[in-house]
Design a protein around this ligand. Sequence first.
Ligand SMILES: [Zn+2]
Length: 193
Amino acid sequence: MYESKEWKSLSLIARAELIPVIEDVRPGAFLTISKEFKPNLEQCIQESEILYHVEDYSSGNSRYLVSKNKEMLNDTFSYWKSVYDSNSECLDYKYHNLMGNFFGYPQCCIDYFVDAFSCGRMPGRDWNGRAAVSFKKGTYNDVFNYVFHLPCRVNCKETRILGENLKDVLEKYDMEAAETIKNIKLLSILKRC
Ligand SMILES: [Zn+2]
């Protein structure tokens, strides 16, 4: 399937998000895709036996929540939709915890993220700054470039293990997608060096 023209038509980000779900490295993912690619995405999803919920928007984009775990998918989707429909600006611990678990993020990193937000900090900027320091010291571990979350520490063990698994599976099935994810992360760190 990873060689099919339907697969290759998907964005590199969508491919990098999907592979770890298909290959059981993470429980779920969220994808945004434009209308023209919906049939191709749905064919790939069908072939890989993952389940999904989809929300179509008037902009022409659709958001897919995908997972192999039906119960987790249904619970996450209904909670996400209730928060989304209520237009809530206030995303609470329950929301971040539920979504973080669905995406397979380490608990220490979910807790760090929620904590940083509640203290008014910007976890993304925090992370890039700390990663840049570690990069300049030559201690930055490049498997951190393959994770989709903001790690709690530059030496977070759970992130390292997850990153190793993600790197392995992406490089095995889709080198182009692996390189894209790595370069996006690396660029945002290098900008802070
Ligand atoms: Zn962590």
